[in-house]
Design a protein around this ligand. Structure first.
Ligand code: ADP
Ligand code: MG
Length: 333
């Protein structure tokens, strides 16, 4: 049988603000452990989170660049779970009403054609701390500097059909957030990371297969390898008469394989509810227009202009506009 992959990505972009999403603590990377988490980030009793306006501005920038619906009113919710790197027991996120709704982005395919990929939503949330497993014998270290760091989670529609398309989409989004100067895009430092949802179905059928989610991929190469491994694994299971279990998996880059992390039965029940400490976020058209006015020329528009103005091929113009720095350099020269 011929199989087709169906893939949707959840990208986490760390927003390039100086301070955290709900507190004035610094977000700089590389500080000594636990010097940049304040009482608000730790969720101490009696503290109140205050929303960082820059994070909203940045989310709106991305929303405009994706031609997305922007919610006039969105709500912060508590996502409850227990984990050592989350001492307050919940993460503040957006659930039912995200700030950025349905939008889209175009990617280039191998054959020179362009494919439009749907973006389901993008929502603001805070990051958790980090568990450190190296250098502690019989113990784990907890570094809470990252707690409360602003993230924008960008969720795609299941419109991607191969690891190649997924990587093209991720690269395009990576370039876009850097163009917009909302995220530094540093993947080694975890500023831009990906969860990949993968399923397969017989070619020609409509119905989606059961998906697995591969967590926390922090390089384009890992995304490519993890998805290809997962597609092959699922096809093998199905061809042997087995069933795919909906589960979360981890990619082991040394072995080049994905492994189960938790299944749907043990899946978290997050018990989302609106955070009582935060008012709903209301955005008016004046704010949106203010943000629109500060947008740079967007990569696709710039690419078109390079084709027209400099007589370049679409391919060359695509390469030259892949990053804002390169495009600026080219134009300056
Ligand atoms: P969850 O909270 O379970 O991660 P989300 O709605 O945040 O759910 O994300 C679901 C992601 O999975 C989206 O990117 C979506 O496009 C993708 N997806 C949904 N169904 C399938 C499927 N059958 N195969 C592959 N990807 C899927
Ligand atoms: Mg998910």
């Amino acid at each position: 049988m011929q199989w087709e992959a169906v893939i949707g990505l959840e990208l986490h972009a760390q927003l390039a603000t100086r301070t955290k999403i709900f507190s004035g603590a610094a977000t700089a990377y590389g500080a000594e452990p636990n010097v940049q988490a304040c009482a608000i980030d730790l969720g101490m009793p009696g503290v109140l989170p205050v929303l960082n306006e820059s994070t909203v501005r940045y989310a709106v920038r991305l929303g405009l660049a994706l031609d997305a619906e922007l919610a006039g009113r969105s709500v912060f919710a508590r996502k409850n779970y227990f984990y050592p790197d989350l001492p307050k027991g919940y993460q503040i996120s957006q659930y039912e009403l995200p700030v950025v709704g349905q939008g889209h982005i175009d990617i280039d395919l191998e054959d020179g054609s362009i494919k439009r990929i749907g973006v389901t939503r993008a929502h603001l949330e805070e990051d958790a701390g980090k568990s450190l497993h190296e250098g502690f014998v019989g113990m784990s270290g907890i570094d809470l500097n990252r707690a409360g760091t602003p993230l924008l989670e960008i969720v795609s529609e299941p419109d991607l059909r191969s690891a190649r398309e997924a990587v093209a989409y991720m690269k395009k989004m990576h370039a876009l957030v850097r163009y917009l100067e909302i995220c530094d895009g540093n993947m080694q430092e975890g500023s831009f990371r990906c969860d990949a949802n993968v399923s397969v179905r017989p070619v020609g059928t409509e119905k989606f297969g059961t998906r697995t989610e591969i967590k926390n991929l922090n390089s384009f190469r890992f995304v490519d390898r993890a998805i290809n491994f997962e597609i092959e694994r699922q096809v093998e299971v199905l061809e042997a008469g087995g069933e795919i279990v909906q589960e979360t998996r981890l990619f082991d880059s040394d072995r080049g394989e994905t492994r189960p992390m938790r299944s749907k039965e043990e899946a978290n029940d997050y018990r989302y509810f609106p955070d009582p400490d935060l008012l709903p976020l209301e955005i008016d058209s004046a704010f949106i227009e203010e943000v629109r006015a500060e947008l740079p020329e967007l990569p696709d528009v710039r690419r078109q202009r390079f084709v027209q103005q400099y007589g370049l091929s679409s391919y060359d113009a695509g390469g030259l506009t892949a990053s804002r720095e390169l495009a600026d350099f080219f134009e300056t020269v």
